[in-house]
Structure formats: C-alpha cells, structure tokens
Design a protein around this ligand. Structure first.
Ligand code: TXA
Ligand code: MG
Length: 345
C-alpha cells in the first residue's frame, strides 16, 4: 500500500509530454497504479501486461478477483496484440464508435496478464475519448487495465475528489483532469456471440448500435431476478450511497406520499429528482440531477449526487425512476443496483 498519493492537476492543453503525464506514465512503467479521467468516469490504470500491476488494482479497490477488468488502448494496433481475432462486426463498431464509451468483448490471445481477464477466454477492450487518458496511454506505451477508480461497491468517481475520497493513500497517483462528461460507464458489448449482446448498458446506447446491429439485445439476465448475468461485474451490489436508496416509480402525489409517510415515522428523507419533479414536490432536502427531458444531463450528475448524501444527514434516499430509453437505460441499470428497495405505484 502507498502511504502518500501524488496529485497532479491539469489545465486544458494536454500532450503526452506534459510533466504530469510523463510522471504518471513513469509510475505506470514501474507497475504502480494511477487514476486518471476518461470521458465516462475516472479509471484506475495499471499495466495490463503486468500481473503485479493488475493485482495492485484489485487490492486498492478491494475488488473481487473473479471480476475482470477493461483494457484501455490509444491505438488500434494494440487490440490486434491482445486478441485472436477481430470479427468483422467489431471492426465496424471500432471504426464508428472509437474513441468512445463502447467496450468490446473479444477472444483473448493470452497476452494480457491472467488476472486482467479473471481466467476468462475473452477480454474487454476500449479506446477512451479523453485527451488525458489518451496522452497517458501513449506516454506509458502499454495497454492499461482500468476499472472505475472507486472502492468496490461505491458509486463510480466523476471528479478527482471522489477518487481521493476512496483511494487516497492506497494508490500511487491521481491525475485531476476536471469532471468527466458522460458520467456513466461504457457500454459492454459481447462481440463473441453471433449477434452481439449488451452485457452492461452505458454511454453508447442500444439506439446508437441499432443501425449497425438491428438485432442487438440487452442480456436478459440483467432484468431478471436471480439469473446469472454474462458480465461477472453485474452480479455484485454496486454504486451504493451511504444511506439506503429506494427507487420510486410513480407520479408527483405518490412520491410526495412516500416522503410524508417516512417523515411521519421520524425518518430524515433525502430526495434525488429531476428539476421537473423537484419543482413539484414540497421537500427541502432534494438534490437535482437534471431535466427529465435531458437524460444525458441526468447521467452526468448521477454518481456525484449519490455521493453527496451522507449518513449523518439522511436515513433514506428516495430517487425518481427515469425513462428507460437512450442513456436512461444505463441510469436505470445503475439505480436499480444501488437501490435496496423498489417502490412501484
Ligand atoms: O467506462 C468504463 O468502462 C470505465 C472507464 C474507467 O473506462 N471502466 C469501468 O470498468 O467501468 P469496471 O471495471 O468498473 O467495469 C468493467 C465491467 C465489469 O462489469 C466486468 O465484469 C466487465 O466489464 N467485463 C470485463 N471483462 C469482461 C469479459 N471478458 N467478459 C464479460 N464482462 C467483462
Ligand atoms: Mg466499476
């Protein structure tokens, strides 16, 4: 474990020759782990070809060993080095969506360290669309394994300060490149099946994929209680705020009733809602996460809002259920996992 974590703050113009980038890359070459921003959430990077570096990622996060990591590349040629083949549909997806929030599951050729893939025969790969992530990848000259840079089970970090809350003292460095944009993680797409399957909804939506893959489906196990998802990570409890979260699916008066009933038994209620619902409710402890008509804005604010509710202030969080289309599918997937109880009208 690292006693002290080095912090760098970057301004807007970034290149692989910036001092912070060079220093971060140097630590990565020494098999240390460093957090940096991507366009989705902050990642905790380590050399994907080094079992030592990868083990440090699992240790820092407290991540179960059977949950494989996503490997990040800055160059398409690095993909060829990690897989046995790139199916034609994967090539088309790469051309259209990279760099961007789409992770492809491909057949591994065993070049990555064994603990990256948690013993699976497949490997998850993506090219992030963020100048800091790309500069670090280029400067390190290696593919980097990078899960979200949170302690396992906590909401993913969308700002450097979230990373520090969870991992200060446990990792070699944090590169602060400002808040991330998309706010939810990449879409994980299994390209080893004849028809690709969405294993985790994310920044690239089903609707975005449909023109290329009209038959694309979301892994049915994600919606079904008790069945085993194809993506190991999706079986774990996740994204939990400090207080229990209930997902409320109903109109304004139903939502207000839930608040009133809890307050009647002396519960301190936090509410997480769209501007539209927040305006209609009579409740002071409400955090807004954007407009119901702008789900990208809701996604961008989601994890930051979950982190803001503190045990000391609220006993329970009531959260609005959002529409399930577009990036709303990723928002609802994360909220369902964060929720301990679902209240349906
Ligand atoms: O946006 C993102 O994807 C962020 C940024 C940092 O790039 N990373 C991220 O990594 O979300 P992580 O480790 O938090 O989530 C990786 C997900 C897990 O659900 C894991 O089970 C799944 O990808 N995964 C990794 N390798 C897989 C494989 N070979 N087959 C199926 N699922 C896999
Ligand atoms: Mg994660």
């Amino acid at each position: 474990m690292n006693k002290s974590t080095q912090h760098w703050k970057l301004s807007t113009h970034i290149s692989e020759y910036d001092e912070a980038i060079v220093e971060a890359a140097e630590l990565l070459k020494q098999q240390q782990v460093v957090a940096f921003p991507t366009e989705t959430v902050y990642g905790l990077g380590g050399d994907a070809t080094s079992a030592t570096a990868v083990q440090r990622i699992f240790d820092a996060k407290g991540r179960p060993a059977d949950n494989p990591l996503i490997v990040h590349v800055a160059d398409q040629s690095h993909v060829e080095e990690l897989v046995t083949e790139i199916p034609p549909i994967a090539r088309k997806l790469i051309e259209q969506f990279w760099p961007g929030p789409l992770t492809l599951i491909l057949p591994s050729n065993g070049t990555a360290a064994e603990n990256v893939t948690a013993g699976l025969s497949t490997i998850a790969i993506r090219m992030p669309d963020h100048p800091v992530a790309l500069s670090i990848l280029k400067a390190a000259g290696k593919p980097l394994a990078a899960p979200s840079a949170n302690r396992s089970g906590r909401p993913s970090p969308t700002e450097a300060v979230h990373v520090a809350q969870d991992l200060d003292g446990r990792i070699a460095g944090i590169v602060d490149g400002g808040p991330t944009g998309v706010g939810v993680e990449s879409t994980v797409l299994d390209c080893t099946a004849r028809i690709p399957i969405i294993l985790r909804p994310g920044g690239v939506t089903k609707e975005d994929l449909q023109p290329l893959i009209p038959e694309v489906i979301v892994d049915p196990a994600l919606a079904a209680q008790g069945s085993k998802p194809k993506s190991p990570g999706m079986k774990y409890a996740h994204y939990a705020p400090e207080a229990p979260l209930w997902l409320v699916d109903g109109d304004v008066s139903f939502f207000q009733d839930q608040i009133n009933q809890l307050q009647a038994v002396d519960k301190r209620v936090g509410v997480m809602a769209s501007h539209e619902l927040a305006d209609a409710l009579d409740h002071s402890r409400t955090l807004r996460c954007g407009s119901r008509n702008n789900l990208a804005e809701v996604a961008g604010n989601l994890y930051g809002a979950l982190r803001q509710f503190k045990k000391a202030d609220v006993d329970v969080i009531l959260c609005e259920a959002f529409p399930d289309h577009g990036v709303g599918a990723a928002v609802m997937n994360r909220l369902s996992k964060a929720a301990v109880q679902k209240v349906i009208q």
